[in-house]
Ligand binder design. Structure first.
Ligand code: ZN
Length: 389
């Protein structure tokens, strides 16, 4: 026998009393069957309700083909017992907002983008609608979002009813029903009429907000990510707080952050350019200093790999030079080994031996090698491995 659906009769009902009529299983998990239930079972892209039954947490709610609502509970209840069910209302309230928002968004996307919804999913984190088109201009999506928010603002009634077949035949349904009998219709008068068995708010203003959070293109379809209700608001609050923290760092107001970032990016470009122009000068000055060392040049240099390469080029331009240069990099050392042309010294083999001795990795050709050592204190090890001058 199918379960009497209180969630259809009175979608605002948060608690109910029912009789346990059976114990069953849903995909290997224990479930409880009741004569009536206000718990919404997962279907049509909307997740099942949570809450408690006789004080025990309801893990999930599902419906089978016979129309029996399975309440997944870890504890069995006694058949014939009268039990009280409590719906996790904030969660359900959110799902009602999300589901109604999805109806409005699907209609608005037809109005503004001639795009039909082929499937919808209301998830624990975010929601999606998949459209029957491969492309949709951002401006049209923005207009659809604005249209939904206008309908929310207008606070229209959301009617849920089971029409007679005669009445049903006259309704301008947005999509064909998925069931053949007891077809339930959700109507926002003057805006959208759609068959649906889910839970919805009673008036559009209860949705609060609709927010398109992203657009993806996948397998020839456009997917719109959205949120509504409390979750849309929470998203804005979190982002506003992040913007506010940024503004504090820039000692500016939130609306001035964009300008401040643009200024910072310009300054950074200018600084990079200046650095590129100065690099040869720095390398030449440092090379002069290092060339004063007798024998192989072993040194730690404050700078990056670019500077090491520029320096190595200058230092090995003359004959009979072996250079081992390191630059500190977060507690490690970026290392470069190079030599003058024609010299009988294998840079790659030297680097491998040094890495084996002090820890690290790297390698290269006989005339040039690069690697990373896991220490800043590698100079004594390097000197020990180098031939006597
Ligand atoms: Zn619906």
């Amino acid at each position: 026998m199918s379960t009497l659906r209180l969630d259809h009769q009175a979608p605002q009902q948060r608690s109910f009393v029912a009789q346990v009529v059976g114990l069953a299983e849903w995909q290997g998990k224990r479930s409880v069957l009741l004569d009536r239930s206000a718990f919404y079972p997962e279907s049509g892209g909307q997740l099942g309700d949570r809450g408690t039954l006789a004080g025990h947490p309801v893990q999930d709610v599902q419906i089978d083909e016979a129309g029996r609502v399975h309440h997944l509970l870890e504890v069995p209840l006694s058949i014939g017992a009268q039990v009280e069910g409590q719906i996790d209302w904030p969660r359900r309230r959110l799902h009602m907002a999300l589901h109604t928002a999805q109806h409005l968004l699907s209609r608005a996307l037809i109005e503004e983008g001639q795009a039909e919804t082929v499937s919808a999913r209301l998830g624990d984190r975010g929601c999606t609608v998949d459209l029957d088109c491969a492309q949709l201009e951002e401006a049209r999506i923005a207009r659809a979002e604005a249209l939904v928010n206008q309908v929310i603002e207008d606070d229209l009634e959301v009617r849920a009813y089971f029409p007679t077949p005669e009445v049903l035949a006259t309704l301008p349904l947005r999509r064909a029903p998925k069931v053949t009998q007891d077809i339930r219709v959700i109507e926002v008068p003057g805006f959208d009429v759609s068959p649906c068995g889910g839970t919805h708010v009673a008036r559009t203003a209860e949705i609060g907000w609709l927010r398109v959070t992203g657009v993806e293109k996948d397998k020839g379809r456009v997917r719109i990510n959205f949120d509504a209700g409390r979750r849309a608001k929470d998203g804005w609050v979190t982002e506003a707080a992040a913007l506010s923290r940024l503004a504090t760092r820039f000692t500016a107001g939130p609306l001035e952050v964009e300008r401040a970032v643009e200024r910072l990016a310009r300054d950074l470009d200018a600084a990079k350019l200046q650095l590129r122009q100065l690099m040869p000068l720095v390398a030449r000055a440092k090379a002069q200093e290092l060339l004063a060392q007798p024998g192989p040049i072993v040194a730690m240099v404050e700078g990056d790999r670019e500077l090491l390469r520029a320096l190595a080029g200058l230092l090995t331009a003359g004959p009979n030079r072996v250079v081992v240069l390191g630059a500190p990099d977060q507690g490690n050392t970026s290392l470069l080994v190079a030599r003058s042309e024609g010299l009988d010294f294998d840079c790659g083999a030297f680097l491998r031996a040094l890495a084996g001795r002090v820890g690290g990795k790297g390698g290269g050709r006989p005339d040039r090698a690069e690697g990373k050592l896991e220490t800043l204190d590698w100079i004594p090890g390097a000197r020990a491995l180098l031939p006597d001058p």
